[in-house]
Ligand binder design. Sequence first.
Ligand code: ZN
Length: 291
Amino acid sequence: MALTLCDVGPRDGLQNEPDALAPAVRAELINKLAAAGLPRIEAVSFVRDDRIPQMAGAEEVVAEIERRDGVEYAGLVLNEQGFERLRATGLDRVNVTLGATDTFNRRNGNASLVEATARVERILAEADRPTTATISVAFGCPFEGEVDPGVVVELAGRLEADELGLADTIGVATPSAVRSLVKRTLALGKPVGFHGHNTRNTGYANALAALEAGATVLDASIGGLGGCPYAPRATGNIATEDLVYLLEGEGIETGVDLDALIHVSQWLETLLGRQLEGQVYRAGVSAVASP
Ligand code: ZN
């Protein structure tokens, strides 16, 4: 099965930016990513505007998307109200997520692991379009430490999603752990994706390991958006353009126009007024220095 790259920048990335961008600007980012050839984009999250102002106006964002053939536009929902909002849009895919540990779910979603699982199961049962269920902190939890891979696989096996995602939310994994968990999750008989953060500089090696183990979806974020630049322990996503450079160099087709993607990061750098985490957009594609 071909690789699907999913850019989570408009959602996971911008959600963690200090400033909220207007829906029209967020839609412009999505349109630029689609034009660069990204096959899938996590466009919005349906949450309460007062809780996460960065994600306010999801419907307005979706309304301004210039749909392109061959691009799948996904939305993240955290509860049934969110799903009802997504249902009213033309988005193609429903993304749901829950943490692998009880404490992570309590801190992030105000629910126990049992309650969070039930909530995700209810959304999946109602979903009227393709679904991806991603298990956060699948390799390590900021509150509980190491996570038992057996627990993650057991949890994944309960979820009636079309596709399963494994997220290294705090960027602690190394390739052998990723390879092993991807393989065990694949045994459940569904496509598996990997969402890596580069907190400890293992994100790209992990993504490659996931792919070698059989993962068919890789998440990344344009420019590496996603780590709060003002947080002492920033946990940025891997940068899409850096991942594309790596994959294409390894002979793995992504379908993405790397030059176009680099232009998107340059545009974002100006827009946000700071240097982004990604390195390829600054170094350039060619080894030959430009005049
Ligand atoms: Zn992330």
